[in-house]
Design a protein around this ligand. Structure first.
Ligand code: DP6
Length: 381
């Protein structure tokens, strides 16, 4: 019997991936760039066990047994086995997979990126795959290829129809910009949204703006973003991040029928960020929104206390316990000057569910404590 357990991070794009040129191989129409988040507060954990005793393959996700025949899981597994040495002794053994997220999936936070990065990293260890594995994680979920590396990561779209040049590369490690912090503002919203997969398919089919974005805007923006990251130029980083998020949501509206991901609270958060930056006469804080209403805020450590005082004032918690998860900071009241600016913008308590305060982190890593027992069954069932 052989067992491998790994944890893998979530990543948040600052230049978004939106649109595929090949649905099956998951090849994108444009490059994208993201920051990888620390696994301390948000991560996927996966154990894979291979045994000659197992009669069939099994898969549990967050405590529920899943169908093993999912095309994306199958695609990852096939590609890993194709890359393994034919003499690998466990290649024909059946496997049990058990995966969990340490953050609530119900909050609508991107979990497939961390999940598939973790699955592929664990499979790669199990079958001793050498070289880049981001192109394998990509086949599980496009954005998962960026979670294979820590720090700042670019997914190069590639040109070949077979996809072997559509890979993620690390632009800069965590240590390059250690002051960077991330706040995930979890918006209280239970509405069902379109998945990213179906939303981007509709955009490719119906949005003319999407073609313009991919050919004209993203190539320039990717170069400017790389420069901003290399030079640790937060002002430019923030501007490009917000512009790209806004353009992505404009394309969602240009899609027919439109896929609306941001809600009124999301728009209020964007307004608070712009007002805050105006008060400071520079871009101190940047928002970005994925395919859901939650905001992801990038900011430097020096700004977190003050910006959190504004968020707590504008979006008061319904109860104070557990409102700020992750890295803890001194909670200070809003100062008089900022209070004047924001008093008209106050919301009723509970518009935000909670906040996760985190930072940039490393890629997947192996851990000791297995999620499966020796019989190949989940320990927590
Ligand atoms: C808005 O990677 O979830 O988060 O490849 O179909 O699995 P599939 O889509 P997915 O899309 C992520 C879209 C996004 C932007 C991004 O992360 O770049």
């Amino acid at each position: 019997m052989k067992t491998v357990t790994m944890v893998a991070p979530v990543n948040i794009a600052v230049i978004k991936y939106w649109g595929k040129r090949d649905e099956e191989l998951i090849l994108p129409i444009n490059d994208s760039i993201s920051g990888t988040l620390s696994t301390d507060f948000m991560c996927a954990k996966t154990t894979i066990q291979a045994s000659p005793q197992f009669k069939e393959n099994k898969f549990w996700l967050n405590g529920k047994e899943q169908n093993f025949d999912s095309p994306r899981l199958d695609s990852c597994l096939k590609e890993v086995k194709r890359r393994a040495s034919p003499s690998c002794p466990i290649l024909n053994w059946k496997i049990a997979i058990c995966s969990e997220n340490n953050f609530p999936t119900a909050a609508g936070l991107a979990s497939s990126a961390a999940g598939y990065a973790c699955l592929v990293a664990a499979l790669a260890k199990l079958y001793k795959i050498e070289g880049d594995i981001s192109s394998i994680a990509r086949r599980g979920s496009g954005s998962a290829c960026r979670s294979i590396y820590g720090g700042w990561v670019q997914w190069i779209k590639g040109d070949r129809p077979t996809g072997e040049d559509s890979i993620a590369i690390q632009l800069a490690p965590v240590a390059h910009w250690p002051e960077m912090r991330v706040l995930i503002l979890v918006v209280n919203d239970e509405r069902k949204k379109y998945s990213s997969t179906s939303g981007m398919k509709k955009s490719v089919e119906t949005s003319d703006l999407l073609k313009y974005r991919a050919s004209e805007c993203v190539p320039k923006r990717v170069e400017a973003m790389k420069e901003a990251i290399f030079r640790k130029d937060f002002e430019s980083f923030a501007k490009i991040t917000m512009e790209d998020s806004n353009q992505f949501h404009a394309i969602c509206l240009d899609t027919f029928p439109p896929c609306v991901y941001m809600n009124d609270t999301s728009h209020s958060i964007s307004d608070v960020v712009h007002t805050y930056n105006e008060c400071k006469s520079s871009n101190r804080v940047a928002y970005t929104f994925d395919a859901g209403p939650n905001a992801c805020i990038y900011l430097l450590e020096s700004e977190t206390e003050e910006f959190l005082s504004v968020i707590n004032y504008v979006f008061p918690p319904s109860s104070n316990t557990g409102y700020l998860k992750g890295l803890q900071v001194r909670q200070k009241p809003i100062n008089k000057e900022l209070e004047m600016m924001f008093q008209e913008k106050k919301h009723r308590p509970g518009a935000l569910k909670y906040i996760i305060h985190t930072k940039i982190g490393d890629g997947p890593r192996m851990v000791e404590d297995s999620l499966l027992n020796d019989a190949g069954l989940p320990k927590n069932l």
